[in-house]
Design a protein around this ligand. Structure first.
Ligand code: ADP
Ligand code: 5GP
Length: 189
């Protein structure tokens, strides 16, 4: 259960296309005590994304300055772009007294596991049922050309190999069941 004096930090990672965004939206809709940590990134906004709500969209120069100023709890290069969780964002959310979701990749997750108190941290890895299904979901999502999908699948294999570092793993085969599993982990820990 979340505790008013020390909110929990939930790390959620998954290979691209495994359904992490879908699952996070579904669980957040049901739990008002959850907030989402807005990351900084150097990638361009996608259609429908808003600055400061989906990401803080910044230049490479700004991102590098932030690295030099130790402004990040963690940061990583993902698919050629910089992504990071600022320490200021986590402080801001903790002041609200709410549990925090970090939607970050494996490289970033391992950094947070090193830095934050384990009692405060719950890490969850979302797995696709199998690689072929993952490929089909990436194609169906329609955001990437085939070449980029192949790159995402290669990264996915590498990330899945590291998923045993997480406290929990959820297979997103049936969306309803996976949503229930995630909600249960987030409500009970
Ligand atoms: P991620 O955020 O992990 O990259 P998304 O949440 O964008 O993944 O999901 C990728 C695609 O797969 C989307 O089109 C989504 O609607 C679909 N999807 C997610 N979960 C399931 C599921 N359990 N069964 C079938 N399709 C799913
Ligand atoms: P997207 O560009 O599709 O929004 O995200 C690509 C990947 O970057 C996803 O795996 C997502 O979890 C990861 N990501 C998003 N924000 C951060 C962050 O702040 N830090 C790290 N390490 N990864 C992030």
């Amino acid at each position: 259960m979340s505790n008013k004096t020390s909110p929990l930090v939930f790390i959620i990672s998954a290979p691209s296309g495994a359904g992490k965004t879908t699952l996070i939206h579904r669980v957040m809709a049901a739990r008002p005590n959850l907030t989402f940590s807005v990351s900084h990134t150097t990638r361009s906004p996608r259609q429908g994304e808003t600055d400061k709500r989906d990401y803080y969209f910044v230049s490479r120069e700004t991102f590098r300055e932030m690295i030099e100023n130790n402004a990040f709890l963690e940061w990583a290069v993902v698919y050629g772009e910089y992504y990071g969780t600022s320490a200021g964002e986590i402080r801001r959310l903790h002041r609200l007294g709410k549990d925090v979701i970090l939607d970050i990749d494996v490289q970033g997750a391992l950094q947070v596991m090193e830095k934050l108190d384990k009692k405060q941290l719950v890490s969850i890895f979302i797995l696709p049922p199998d690689m072929e299904t993952l490929k089909q979901r990436l194609i169906a999502r329609g955001k990437d050309p085939l070449e980029r999908i192949e790159r995402r699948l290669a990264t996915a294999r590498e990330e899945i190999r590291q998923s045993d570092r997480y406290n929990f793993r959820i297979i997103n085969d049936d969306l309803e069941r996976a949503t229930r599993d995630l909600a249960k982990i987030m409500g009970q820990t």
